[in-house]
Design a protein around this ligand. Structure first.
Ligand code: TYC
Length: 104
């Protein structure tokens, strides 16, 4: 049987903790507009951003009042996918709903 890396000190597999970085996180911001219905925004928050119904209503109202609000916080690839899905759903439904992302 060959010696394990742990016993020989060879290799780097068990010494990597110092160069593993925590992935940067991104806030996905929902933007207000005058045309998208409140119900549609609540559905997006529920279906795409996995918010509870109560949270979805609260976030939608905050965006309606303040112009923008955080739908969720994710690593980059997930944030991009959720934005793309939101824009596709909104376009398919004929609404101008937009979202953006920024670093947390
Ligand atoms: N302002 C919209 C209305 O009065 C509702 C709305 C809320 C639209 C949030 C977009 O991100 C949004 N129908």
């Amino acid at each position: 049987m060959t010696k394990s890396h742990a016993s020989t000190g060879e290799g780097v597999a068990f010494e990597t903790t110092e160069d593993i970085e925590t992935p940067r996180r991104y806030k996905v911001l929902l933007l207000n507009d005058d045309y998208t219905t409140m119900d549609f925004v609540v559905d997006v928050l529920y279906d795409i951003f996995r918010r509870s119904e109560a949270e979805a209503v609260q976030i939608m109202l905050a965006v309606h009042e303040n112009g923008k609000g955080v739908a969720g916080v994710y690593i980059k690839s997930i944030a991009e996918a959720k934005i793309a899905e939101t824009h596709r759903c909104a376009r398919d439904a004929g609404f101008p709903l937009r979202c953006t992302m920024e670093t947390e």
